[in-house]
Design a protein around this ligand. Sequence first.
Ligand code: HGY
Ligand code: MN
Ligand code: MN
Length: 411
Amino acid sequence: MTANQQRIEQHIESLSRFTATPGKGVTRLTYSEEDLQARNYIKEKMMNYGLRVTEDGFGNIFGKLEGTLPDAPSVIVGSHFDSVPNGGAYDGTAGVVVGLEVAALFKENNMKPAYPLEIIALVEEEGSRFGGGLMGSRGMMGLLTEEDFKKLADRDGILAVDAMADIWVNPANGKKRDPKTMKAFLELHIEQGPILEEKGIQIGVVETIVGLTQLEVTVQGKAGHAGTTPMDRRSDALVSASQIIAALPRLATDEGEGTVITTGRLNVFPNGANVIPDKVVFTVDIRSGKEEHVLNVVRKLEAFIAQQNCHGINTSTEQQLYIAPKELDADIRSLLKEASDKLEIPYCSINSGAGHDAMVFSDFTACGMVFIPSKDGLSHCPEEWSDASHLADGTDIIYETVKRLTEAKRL
Ligand code: HGY
Ligand code: MN
Ligand code: MN
């Protein structure tokens, strides 16, 4: 039995409806009403497919099919189910849906794996609500301390622990996952770029994932009246922030080798048309396949920002996330390629310019990723779309690989 494309399409369609911005893409922020709707849907399907459902203290969802080997580590399949604001229906969700479909295939084929199969739906990979990103996977692996987690709040000042209580996720549930309970982690994800579509190949086996850092820069100036404050007596935080942001692209192009830099979020205070801004807070997202380029850009950026500290302007920079480039597990990559060959599904090797939970897990267990094409290379926007037949192909490859990884003989 192979993947049921219609069931996959149904899951994608159903989950896409759990959005705070209907008609304007998927906005599903962590611990929101939309999170709860998606959470209930995912848990219901996990139970339908015979999995034992649990949630950890961050609200990550797990569906487990026990294996025949006692106390054996799990083969885990999944991705995240939060989104960026006005994002697409496939980013993260596709990987959760593939996990659900693999579980359905195990049930339909009455599989009795030696090693347990776990399907996982992770929270706050995007960091859209609480900043940073990769929160669910970092929390699972003990990279986010309880103290730091309790400090997390959204831009309205709502604490993560309060928001999760509002949707009945229990923060007292176990948080840290023992890596010894994890045999492997497999994630299908949309490519979010143009390469596979341009090549006309429906499967990419991911070799490496870029390193990335996310900074939050605060520029503090002095509020004043737009009409009565002479130009030579202003400490305009927005002018200073604009000079910094305008200099960013050059920092990336000077590094070269695909280094990229982005300011995606900017908040102006007090944000009045006739008020000289006294504070600006903005993000800087820096990525490269080589860690040295990320570090060089951070160093140059901090030096440039320091030059702004004059005429009443004070700046500060907070690192919200840092993760080095990751090479995914060679054995898992081989298994994925062998499965593609066995199923006669064309594939190529590809590197990821996007960050993924697999880059967190890869320091603790063997990880593999499969990409499928993104139409016009678009993602993080309502136009994001992938072909369900590619999702079905990707599911078949993951299913074949999971069958081999859950067999008793593979140690
Ligand atoms: O930002 C990323 O690369 C991912 O979509 N969180
Ligand atoms: Mn994303
Ligand atoms: Mn994603």
